[in-house]
Design a protein around this ligand. Structure first.
Ligand SMILES: Cc1cc2nc3c(=O)[nH]c(=O)nc-3n(C[C@H](O)[C@H](O)[C@H](O)COP(=O)(O)OP(=O)(O)OC[C@H]3O[C@@H](n4cnc5c(N)ncnc54)[C@H](O)[C@@H]3O)c2cc1C
Length: 519
């Protein structure tokens, strides 16, 4: 792998050794779980077990292999800062390349021996006396660990649309996140339900292959041009030979995204007007017909739902073999889809580009903390954590991509890498002070969340539309309402005064036979 490991030079963790025999379980082997394991290993902790419900690493990029799947943050930023890749073949890498990168990174850092595949954590509870987490797997096995880190992702469970008759359809039914690579689209009549982030990637590919394509648009999206391009071999060689150039490119992309953040996040007319102007100009260039333009113009303020980037969505839905229906289907029959005006369209395949079940309030699995408190109950009005990472009443449990840490304008990894470092610092603190457990103070968590929700009032996301960012009561528990640099500053230091801690008694925290088996 022609990638450059800069961990030792750039990451303070590489200089921080954590001297401990603590056993740590990470749930999930996507970008987050793998990155966390690398951080811990680099700090000298080897007793790390990753539990993964699937048979391979990669999470999102293992599961989303529909035609056209690609990242929408430039690859030089959407990759680990400590494992930069000079060989991205496009500015926005496609799924096979991203998936390969993740597998190669896992192999390079010797993570495969730490992973238990085909195992799902079904519940976990904390034993206060022992200072240990206990967990059950779907295979009926009991595990224990001093620290549990949830890296289960926010977009990992596909959501199918609730449409009458869906189960009666006799043709091929696929979700974009559960694509059948053996299904040949050539010459088929295909319906796509949805017009969001996955739809705008898969639709142009379906349109090229299928005989006929019908797209059921639920809500139009604001779409910006995608500054994608192939990266020539010469440029890749330059990045490989001169790592500084690679860092420079990443740095530039990072700060351009930060500069653009207010145009996406802020509800101020100054930013909204300018962002809308760019999106409308893109639409005017690509959609000459005014009636069609009206159909694809969103009726909500830009940024309220996710802004998408694409150069080929508008051309695809206007192609001769394509039809855009500006409404969801009325019902589905054995042979096709009935539109709301009563027309039955016969199709061979239905593609559900309908996104994911987003856990705005649900715990990743049933979790009981101090005094048997239940995380799902605690999160009934929407998930809350301290800096997205720790939850009061749930000691020695940390989250990656937890509540209010989703980015709207930059790479998820720019957030999660900081969380990994913060969690490692917390673990280092536990080790140095021989702590049985560590839990964030409720007052600290509440203050943090009051601040977050106050800022939320001035964001695009609360400007009046419904979206998967919001709970039923309209609370945004998914996104971070600010710049990434500012979030990074907040996580720079681990402040022990913000946490309640219990020192280790004699023999407490000792590994049990079950936990040793897990490792
Ligand atoms: C199509 C698509 C495109 C995207 N593009 C971008 C992009 O361009 N830029 C960006 O920043 N973000 C993007 N995202 C968001 C993306 O999800 C994150 O960037 C990142 O991949 C999340 O990594 P993760 O490890 O946190 O979660 P995931 O990749 O979802 O991994 C979670 C893992 O946990 C496992 N798991 C879940 N529950 C359990 C359990 N109970 N027991 C055991 N294992 C479990 C899952 O099988 C999975 O492997 C995209 C998402 C999608 C769906």
């Amino acid at each position: 792998m022609a990638a450059i490991s800069t961990l030792s030079r750039l990451n303070p963790l590489a200089r921080q050794r954590i001297d401990t025999d603590m056993d740590i379980v990470i749930v999930g082997a996507g970008f987050s779980g793998l990155g966390m394991a690398i951080q811990l290993k680099e700090a000298g902790i080897d007793d790390v077990t990753i539990i993964e419900r699937a048979a391979e690493v990669g999470g999102t990029w293992r599961d989303n292999h529909y035609p056209g799947a690609a990242c929408d943050v430039a690859s030089h930023l959407y990759s680990f800062s400590f494992e930069q890749n000079p060989n991205w073949s496009r500015a926005f890498g496609q799924q096979p390349e991203i998936f390969d990168y993740i597998k190669r990174t896992a192999a390079k850092y010797d993570l495969y021996r730490h992973i238990r595949f085909n195992t799902t954590i079904t519940r976990a509870w904390f034993d206060e006396t022992e200072g240990r987490w206990h967990a059950m797997t779907d295979t009926g096995e009991a595990l224990t660990a001093r620290v549990v880190i949830s890296a289960v992702g926010a977009l990992s469970d596909p959501a199918y649309p609730r449409i009458e008759g869906l189960e009666t359809f006799q043709g091929k039914l696929m979700h974009t996140a559960a694509w059948d690579d053996n299904y040949d689209l050539a010459g088929k009549r295909v319906a796509v339900i949805g017009s969001g982030a996955s739809a705008i990637q898969v639709v142009p590919e379906i349109q090229k292959a299928a005989a006929r394509m019908t797209v059921f648009q639920r809500t139009p999206s604001w779409i910006m041009p995608k500054p994608d391009r192939p990266i020539p071999d010469k440029e890749q060689a330059e990045y490989a030979e001169h790592p500084f150039q690679l860092h420079k490119r990443r740095f530039r992309i990072y700060w351009m995204s930060e500069l653009f953040a207010p145009f996406i996040i802020s509800d101020r007319p100054f930013f909204k007007k300018r962002a809308t102007r760019i999106a409308k100009s893109h639409m005017r260039k690509q959609v000459p017909d005014p009636t069609m333009r009206q159909t694809v113009t969103p009726g909500y303020a830009i940024g309220c739902k996710r802004i998408l980037i694409s150069n080929d969505w508008y051309p695809a839905i206007q192609a001769d073999n394509a039809e855009l229906i500006a409404d969801g289907p009325a019902r589905i029959t054995a042979n096709g889809i009935v539109t709301r005006d009563g027309r039955e369209i016969e199709v061979d395949a239905i593609v559900c580009a309908t996104g994911f079940k987003v856990p705005t309030k649900a715990a990743p699995f049933p979790v009981q903390g101090l005094g048997g408190r239940d995380l799902n109950t605690q999160w009934e009005d929407g998930a809350e954590a301290y800096k997205g990472v720790a939850v009061a009443g749930f000691p020695n449990l940390f989250f990656l991509m937890g509540p209010n840490t989703g980015p709207s304008h930059t790479s998820v990894l720019a957030f999660t890498e900081m969380q990994m470092e913060y969690i490692a610092k917390a673990i280092g603190h536990m080790a140095r002070h021989r702590l049985k457990w560590l839990a964030v103070k409720k007052t600290v968590q509440d203050r943090f969340n009051r601040g977050i929700q106050k800022r939320m009032k001035h964001t695009s996301w609360t400007s009046g539309c419904t979206s998967w960012y919001l709970t039923d009561s309209g609370k945004n528990t998914t996104l971070y309402p600010g710049f990434n640099w500012e979030y990074r500053m907040r996580l720079w230091l681990f402040r022990s005064g913000e946490y309640d801690a219990k020192p280790m008694g004699r023999g407490a925290g000792a590994k049990t036979a079950a936990s040793r088996r897990a490792a």
